[in-house]
Structure formats: C-alpha cells, structure tokens
Design a protein around this ligand. Sequence first.
Ligand code: SAH
Ligand code: SF4
Ligand code: F3S
Length: 384
Amino acid sequence: MKVFLKNYGCQMNEHDSGRVKDLLASEGFCFTEEPGEADILLFNTCSVRRHAEERVFSRVSSLKALKERRPDIIFGILGCMAEALREDIFIKLPHVDFLCGPADLDKIPEIIKRVKSGGRHLIYVKARKSGKIPEFPDKRDVGRNAYVKIMEGCDNFCSYCVVPYVRGEERSRPSDKILKEIKDLADKGVTRITLLGQNVNSYGRGLKEKIDFSNLLKKIDRLLREIDKSARNLKIDFLTSHPKDAGLDLFKAMAMLESVSKKLHLPLQSGSSRILKKMNRGYTIGKYKKIVKDFRKIVKGSSLSTDLIVGFPGETRKDFNDTLKALKEILFDSAYIFKYSPRPFTAASKLKDDVPQKEKERRHSLLLETQKKILLSKIRNPSL
Ligand code: SAH
Ligand code: SF4
Ligand code: F3S
C-alpha cells in the first residue's frame, strides 16, 4: 500500500509526521509524493489559526474525486484539527474515513486495518484529557538533523491559543528515554538535534525523577561529549521557551554548555503590558526586557527570535505602537508575525474580534517592514 502524507503545522507536527512515516514503514507501507498514486492519503493538520485549517479543507476537498473513482482509497485527518473539530470535519469532508489526534498517532496501523474492514468515520481523539505521549519504534529515517520530543502539551492557557486543548496537559518524557533516543540518533550520524516541547522550560514537572530543563541540557551535553570523540561537533537546539519560565539557570546552562546552541526563541506576543495581561502571558513588557538583557549579558554570541500577534481583541493603536516600539528597541534576529485569529475553546474567542481585518493587515505589514529594516541594519552593522 502506498501512503501520501502531508503536514501543515509547527515543528512538532512535522516531527509527528516523520514518526508516523517511520511507524508505517516498519509495517511495510511505501510512500509517494503524488496523491494520485496513493492508496492512503494522510494530512497532519494544525488548528493554531483559521487559515491553517482552511488550507487543509481546500486541499482535502480538491482530492475528493480520487475517492469517487476508487472508493477503496483511505483518507485520514491527523493532528490538531482532528482534536479541535472532531465530527464537524465529516460535515465538510464526508469522504474522510478517520480522524486521529496527536495523542493517538501510534494507533494509525490499527485504525487503517479497521477502515479496510469496513470502518467509516472513525474518531481517535483524547488529548483534551491529556493521554500519554505516543512512543514510536526506534528505527527511523534521519539525515543530519533530527527532532526529539522532550515534552508535549501546555498548561499555560494563553487566552488566544488552542494548543492546550488539542495537545492536552503538559507531560514530560523521562530523561533516560530522551538520552537513549539522542544516543541512537548520534550513532546514526545525526549532528544537530532540536529538542521539542510547547514549553520546554517547564520540562520535568510531574515526573518521578527530580529534573528541570537546565539539568536535562547538562545531561545531554555530558552524553554528547562522551560520544563526540570524532569531533563531529554535535549540537543541541530547543523550541519553544516561555518568558515566564526562562531565567538565569537556563541562560547560564546555555553559556556554559558547548553543545547547546546560543539561539533562543522567546515569543513576546505583544509589547503592551495591558494586552499581555489580557493574553494571560504572565509577564509585562518591562519584565520581558529584563529577561532579554540578562540573556544577552550571559550568553555571548547569542541570537534571539520571537513571535508577535497583531489585532488581539481590544488592541488599540497605542497598544500596537507599544509592540512596534518593542520591536525597534529589542532588535530581534528574527520575528514571526501573526494576525490574531479567534480559536475554539479559548478565552479570547469570547471577546469581540474588534480590530478590522484591514487594520490587522496594516499592523501586520508595518511590523514586517520594520523587522526587515532592522535585519538590514543588523547586516550592515553586526554589533547592533
Ligand atoms: N508552543 C509554542 C507555539 C505556539 S503557536 C509557543 O508557546 O510559542 C506559535 C505562535 O502562533 C504563538 O507564539 C503565537 O504567536 C501564534 N498564535 C497562537 N495562537 C494564535 C491565534 N489565535 N491567532 C494568531 N496567532 C496565534
Ligand atoms: Fe499556546 Fe501559550 Fe501554551 Fe504557547 S504557551 S502553546 S502560546 S497556550
Ligand atoms: Fe502545532 Fe498547530 Fe498543533 S502549531 S501544536 S500543529 S495547533
């Protein structure tokens, strides 16, 4: 059986897709890049903004004719949209055979069997009530770079964000499993490993062992130094950090540990403390700037990236100007800028989405242009 698998989400979604491929490969499935050649079509989806969902709806709709021609073809929607939308997906996409949320991805071979023996409109979801982090076979297809999941889920409930509802409660993987996975990857020739979690800084909460993220980095660094005898220059990256949990312990570990990259992704979201409060972010712009100051002082040769949202409910021109000002002051090495999109289950979705689309677009392009200018001036003057 040939499988077509396309992913639409963040790095964790991309990593999940890779692991699903490894699992299916171990069960004897092959893969194709051509939907028209496939017996099974899988879409690993994202619900973070409406646009992400729309892309999936239009792609999967456009492939409906394949199923009309060959009813034995299997369509599956995987990932965060399966959790967020559940049976509503079948209203718009009746030709889809099954839904599988992020906490059930290890069951895909079993689900495919059930569909082949006549199962229709099957729903495998449970992340809203946590659920374990799926473990996949050790065998994996990797190049030089690989992801390793260290935790999944989020208990922060930023008021705009659907992720805690689709990825479930925060759960960490035991450090021995993580270290074993990293050792196996290094043995396979991987030289750059990106540790993944919705909120890596709260790694270790709820585990039996007493460990936090900085200690995990130390353990990994020790392991890499042991195996890095051929000086392959093994490096560790990580994503994503939450400002309220990023502090001196982390920065000192980053500065001290040779294998740990000096890059930090630290989403600011807004430069207005009033909006940050409404977003339930747990810090003010003043506190964020202090964190950045500590980071840059302690971690030499560092780089800093961020995420920003424009047009959150009630964002005035003054609030927006605070974000613009923060962008100009902090001088990020890169910034991902998003237009606010109301999401199901979230606290903010109960507020009026009152910044007009045109105004969101204006604010969005103004931030993009400003960031572009900042980058150009950084290239001209690297000491900035
Ligand atoms: N766990 C990561 C990823 C969250 S989603 C984190 O905490 O950073 C990635 C980015 O999408 C967020 O940082 C935020 O800037 C943006 N985002 C999340 N929900 C959004 C929404 N409803 N509308 C617009 N952007 C959103
Ligand atoms: Fe979403 Fe906030 Fe959790 Fe990030 S920290 S995943 S933005 S709720
Ligand atoms: Fe990632 Fe999108 Fe899910 S950002 S966690 S794939 S909602």
